[in-house]
Design a protein around this ligand. Sequence first.
Ligand SMILES: *[C@@H]1O[C@H](CO)[C@@H](O)[C@H](O)[C@H]1NC(C)=O
Length: 407
Amino acid sequence: MFPFVSLLTTLLLALSIAALPVEVRDSPITLPIARKLNLKDSTINLLQHDQARAAALKDPDTSSLSRRAGSIPVINEVVSYIAQVSVGSPATTYNLIVDTGSSNTWVGAGTKYVKTSTSQSTGQAVSVSYGSGSFSGTEYTDTVTLGSGLTITKQSIGVASRSTGFSGVDGILGIGPLDLTEGTLTNAPTTTIPTVTQNLYTQGIISEVVVGVSFEPTTSQKVTNGELTFGGTDSTKYTGTIAYVPLTTTTPASYYWGINESITYGTKTILSETAGIVDTGTTLILLASNAYSAYQSATGATLDRTTGLLRITTTQYNALQNLNFNVGSNTYALTPNGQIWPRSLNTYIGGTSSYIYLVVNNLGSPSGQGLDFINGYTFLERFYSVFDTTNSRVGFATTSYTGATTN
Ligand SMILES: *[C@@H]1O[C@H](CO)[C@@H](O)[C@H](O)[C@H]1NC(C)=O
């Protein structure tokens, strides 16, 4: 090889290596997820559930034990993203809520746990309270299969003997930070339980503790239009590049997937840079009450008593400006259409079909408390998100749905 070529090769290699660390490798390990509107109970109120979850997440009692054991968040029962996870051999398939805000994986709420030759009880009692729901039971280890053939052996899973607040689903696939499992084993309060993501890494199936999440806006009541990618990201699900920011150091946001961001409506700042979280278990975008008020007055929206959501007229909708989420040096612009609830689903949340409801609502407390916003999945349906434990960071990218007008 000519020295010139080799130098060039070395240079190019060095350049691409220098450019690479910001991207995790693409991974073929993907799991489809379905969005489900739970309409069994017409008294379910979308906003109440989101606010109850937010209150649990923000619980001022942050002594680690009681926080972790007692106030891990409420699971939204109105809209859920569901992954099918198989357990045992031969396997039984369970429909589990994908939750970035909690980290225990458990089954048995609906479909009962079916023990097979791979099921082993650890004999340890486990319980998690989610605020308005809970489960308790016994921790097992078992073979867990994700998607088509991604198999984890001896995965620790909770088997519910009792659960409340989970209808139409079988449990949770917890993809939050590992530390959230601390305090959930009754007799081992300082022990953490290796999460599914952690075991995929430990067992050499993935090379980085990373989960990529793709949601898409939808106007149908039930549709499989999401995807979880373990160990990397799926470049077919986003456009441009993924930009990362370090996890926030501010508590309590730092217990979850917490980041710093500021928010502007058009050019008006409605929330100065502060800490909050990214959460698949919250449907709406919840802002500290002062930011929420600023948003309401900037949009001219009125409070709809029936749904608790903000409502705007067609004229106000036509005048709506982008809601900009400034994260690190990037701005993620939620378009006017991205700020409204899908109109075809208005009646499912107790609304009127001809009204226009906004998905931005009130966190219920003023800013400055260490968890001042929740970017729920009305945000995540417009931006690809990456939850990266290995590098302690969260990433976002635009998608082909960022500017969709489906709502
Ligand atoms: C986030 O904001 C807090 C409070 O302003 C600050 O201390 C911290 O350095 C910021 N960045 C990170 C990554 O936490």
